[in-house]
Design a protein around this ligand. Sequence first.
Ligand SMILES: Nc1ncnc2c1ncn2[C@@H]1O[C@H](COP(=O)(O)OP(=O)(O)OP(=O)(O)O)[C@@H](O)[C@H]1O
Ligand SMILES: [Mg+2]
Length: 254
Amino acid sequence: MNALIYERVHENLKRLKLTTIDEYLDNYLEIAANEERSTLEVLDYLLEQEVKSKEDHAREFRMRLAGFPMEKRLEDFDMSFQPSLAPAVIRDLASLRFIHHAENVVFLGPPGVGKTHLALALGHEAVKQGFRVQYANASKLIERLMKANRENKLDERIKALTKFHLLIIDEMGYLPFNSEGAHCFFQLISRRYEKSSTIFTSNKSYGEWGEIFGDHIIAAAVLDRILHHCTTLNIKGDSYRLKERRRQGIIPHG
Ligand SMILES: Nc1ncnc2c1ncn2[C@@H]1O[C@H](COP(=O)(O)OP(=O)(O)OP(=O)(O)O)[C@@H](O)[C@H]1O
Ligand SMILES: [Mg+2]
């Protein structure tokens, strides 16, 4: 092979950031020559490797960006432990149709029934399918929004959050919001309304959301927007944490 051409090919691959092809080229050209593969086959193989590697990197980046506190998967969720959950509904959510339609999902229920597990598992699936996802604990999110509000950056902060196809807001209701927090939250929900999806988890029923916001009018306005296109899953089961402690003999069987 002409050394000049060889150098130029590698140089251009680097310039175009086709790093996987750059890395595979020499080896694969040798294999291709031995096995008499056509030019088209060579091109096809190398391009496939490059695309796969770029997609893998992008997925890893989105996974880190999502800020999941831990990795949870749908296949690890024992449906038989929560008979109040219809498998068909979970299957439908797993198809991520709700994200394509900018719909919301709300998991309600007492502690330990799997609300966060399911929210994170759907988030994981969404990242795998190419969506931009962000996880946030409700109290921490409100704190960040209030800080931005005081720095006159609420709009900017909310705009940054609208870039995510899916926002997961975990633990709505464990800590109530003050009126500034409720105001910021309303702004966020209004901006995402009918544009992108949000998953909420809460230990409080909708009737009790007024207490979270400390203001029934704001709570009603927020709920009106969330529930317009929404799947609510009311998990009425036992705590899985308790089951595990029972199994380990820490709590006697009741
Ligand atoms: N049906 C299930 N199958 C397998 N693991 C489960 C199931 N339900 C819950 N878990 C596990 O039990 C633990 C508690 O579940 P999770 O954190 O989702 O509860 P939660 O409903 O969010 O509770 P809280 O309101 O206290 O935040 C997690 O480790 C979760 O993975
Ligand atoms: Mg939880």
